[in-house]
Design a protein around this ligand. Structure first.
Ligand SMILES: [Zn+2]
Length: 105
């Protein structure tokens, strides 16, 4: 049975094997087309600042340790500082109210 779609609110802690498997997909994901598209604008999903492609990290919205997966719906580009400072909290509320885009050019 695999019916965990739409069930993100049940905080099931995933087993090590799941984490290892999904972590292994990160390298692959970073080379994929959808990731290139996500990072094309160079914006961090949390602070909204602009970064170079190399500065952006792949961040899991639902952490792997909570059963999240390395898939387009669950990963966002984040700068190192946001990724690091976030800890284990699921930043869904941050995603629901994204920072206003800055207009300076
Ligand atoms: Zn950031």
């Amino acid at each position: 049975m695999n019916e965990d779609s739409g069930n993100l609110n049940s905080y099931v802690f995933a087993d090590d094997e799941h984490v290892r498997r999904e972590r292994a997909k990160v390298r692959e994901a970073k080379r994929s087309r959808w990731w290139q598209q996500k990072t094309a604008r160079g914006l961090c999903s949390y602070c909204g600042k602009k970064f170079t492609f190399k500065e952006l990290t792949l961040d899991h919205i639902v952490p792997l340790s909570r059963g999240g997966t390395t898939s387009p719906g669950n990963v966002v580009p984040a700068c190192r500082m946001c990724n690091k400072g976030k800890g284990i909290d699921t930043p869904l509320d941050m995603l629901l109210s994204p920072p206003a885009p800055s207009e300076d050019t």
